[in-house]
Design a protein around this ligand. Structure first.
Ligand code: NAD
Ligand code: LMR
Length: 329
């Protein structure tokens, strides 16, 4: 049998977990490769009972690729030998809150879990979903001595997917006809969805849409505020779309990105597009399909767009200052 891939998921008893686990186990994400799921939730009876119930349902799907499901309340156990770790477990915001309001409550979770991630496999990659995800990613990575910062990323793929859906709706085209859309910066209301380099059926999106004012105002605001709009409508934060974006993120890192394409992910800043050092910021990323990735260079941003990117990165520096006491190295 091919060696199974071990995938750990935190907050697995929660809403996102309930949409995510099945698609990790089914073969959709890792193809024919056998999968072992290691599920973590809080070490309290209520959470562990719910976790067991979710695991029962995953088993009951009878996925041919699933060769094991283990439940735990201990991150050291859950992360042991994992090649992918999806850090979802944390509190979601409610109506009227900003994601950054969660920072002091959720941030400490990623200190202990960051430390436990040292038990991961030598090829471990970590995706942080729990909000505020860019800064939680920074906390986890800085507490995980010896593991390169490039093995960590945070999820802005949901924002990219939202932006594509908004453009397709406006242009009257399919999602598949849109390319080159990057979300820059923070998964927050300052994020910048770059329409200047996006194309629709191979033509510049700006030409096809033909309404720069709509792109600069309504489009950008709709993407920035979509999470809040979903909370207002559902009374709960996005879950199925978030899980779907997490699957997209993992798949995009697992496969080699076709030439000329890229995807959005918050990665360790190395200065591209004037991003400051020492933060996880969303950028256009291309994967080599072998565990490595690079930031796609050469996208042209107008001075207006450069200001937007600078503002969202400034917010990440401010968030970093708020959690300075949780950061190690
Ligand atoms: P939820 O409340 O339904 O589930 C969270 C789960 O995490 C619960 O089962 C809880 O018991 C568990 N948990 C809490 N602390 C934990 C810990 N220390 N260790 C292990 N498990 C723990 O929430 P949800 O809807 O699944 O959302 C989870 C997180 O994802 C939230 O922070 C939310 O804001 C975030 N989110 C991010 C994005 C994104 O695009 N980055 C999108 C949607 C949601
Ligand atoms: C989202 O973008 O839907 C999530 O980050 C949840 C939220 O708080 O907006």
């Amino acid at each position: 049998m091919t060696k199974p891939i071990v995938v750990a998921v935190t907050g697995a008893a929660g809403n996102i977990g309930y949409s995510l686990l099945f698609r990790l186990a089914s073969g959709e994400t890792f193809g024919d490769r056998p999968v072992i799921l290691k599920l973590l939730d809080l070490p309290i009876a209520e959470a562990q009972k719910k976790l067991e119930g979710t695991a029962m349902e995953v088993l009951d799907c009878g996925f041919k690729t699933l060769v094991g499901v283990q439940c735990s309340g201990d991150a050291n156990v859950a992360f042991d030998g994992a090649s992918w770790v999806l850090l979802v477990g944390s509190k979601p915001r409610g109506p009227g809150m900003a994601r950054a309001d969660l920072i002091r409550e959720n941030g400490p979770i990623f200190v202990g879990q960051g430390n436990a991630l040292q038990r991961g496999a030598s090829d471990m990659r970590v995706l942080v979903v729990g909000n505020p995800c860019n800064t939680n990613c920074l906390i986890a990575a800085s507490n995980c001595a010896g593991v390169p910062k490039e093995r960590f990323s945070a999820m802005t793929r949901l924002d990219e997917n939202r932006a594509i859906a908004q453009l397709a709706g406006k242009a009257g085209c399919t999602n598949a006809e849109i390319a080159g859309l990057t979300v820059f910066g923070n998964h927050s209301e300052s994020m910048y969805p770059d329409f200047e380099n996006a194309t629709i059926r191979g033509q510049p999106a700006t030409n096809v849409i033909g309404d720069l004012n709509w792109l600069q105002t309504t489009f950008v605001a709709n993407v920035q505020n979509r999470g809040k709009a979903i909370i207002a409508a559902r009374g709960l934060s996005s879950a199925a779309s978030a899980a779907s974006a997490a699957i997209d993120h993992v798949k995009d890192f697992e496969r080699a990105t076709p030439a000329g394409q890229w995807f959005s992910a918050a990665v360790w800043s190395e200065g591209s597009y004037a991003s400051p050092a020492g933060i996880y910021t969303s950028l256009p990323v291309s994967s080599d399909g072998k565990g490595g990735y690079s930031v796609v260079q050469g996208l042209q941003l107008s001075p207006w767009a450069q200001d937007k990117v600078a503002a969202t990165n400034k917010e990440l520096l401010d968030e970093r200052a708020v959690v300075a006491d949780l950061l190690k190295g």
